[in-house]
Design a protein around this ligand. Sequence first.
Ligand SMILES: [Zn+2]
Length: 252
Amino acid sequence: MLSDEELLRYSRQIMLPDVDIQGQETLAKCCVAIVGLGGLGSPVSMYLAAAGVGELVLVDFDQVDMSNLQRQIVHCTESIGMDKVLSASKALKQLNPATQIFTVKSQLTQTELPDELQQADVIVDATDNFTTRYVLNKFCVHHKKPLVSGAAIGLSGQVTVFDTRESSSPCYHCLYPEGHEEQPMTCSESGVLASVVGMIGTVQATEVIKLLIGFGTTLVGRLLVLDAKHMEWRSLKLTKDTQCKVCGVQTS
Ligand SMILES: [Zn+2]
């Protein structure tokens, strides 16, 4: 049951027929894990806390640096040097005290993943390296959890949803087979426009809310590609690789 204060706080969202009181109550019972509290994780975590998601698990190993502040908007100047998970937790509690925040200081490069990820209804990949993405993808395929994946660099970005609860859904490995990847450029190496990470991150947050409440059409089977220089979005069809080592039919 939502309190009077909650009915007021979320009133503009409850007005939407796709959300309604029922959807708002669902959000309050849900848990989302956000891996990476940088440029993408900042808007994702802020919008999910503001929207009334009950529990957020924040995962990051890094500390806030001056050069992060141009785009990582959940952190502020006085948080320089602080662990990103603690800096973000502080900001999110101010934004919405009702959201429970759990912090995990880890790079998630191991196959042993923290128990907190098991609790999550949806996992958000907001990292910038292949190692963590593969680890997260395997975890999500194995535990049948939706994975909302985003990336941004320079003036471009891409975003999609992998949800192997649907038998036709590809996984991250279908799109980028392990061993064939070129190590991606990171924002610290090649730069990124401040607002571009926001564009991708807010798409990720929107997809999470839709997955949790269960309305609309998600990005499963589609990759949205952003060219912000000419402001064009393209939608590319993704297909499952039936020979995929992670989500395909196992022959071994
Ligand atoms: Zn696959």
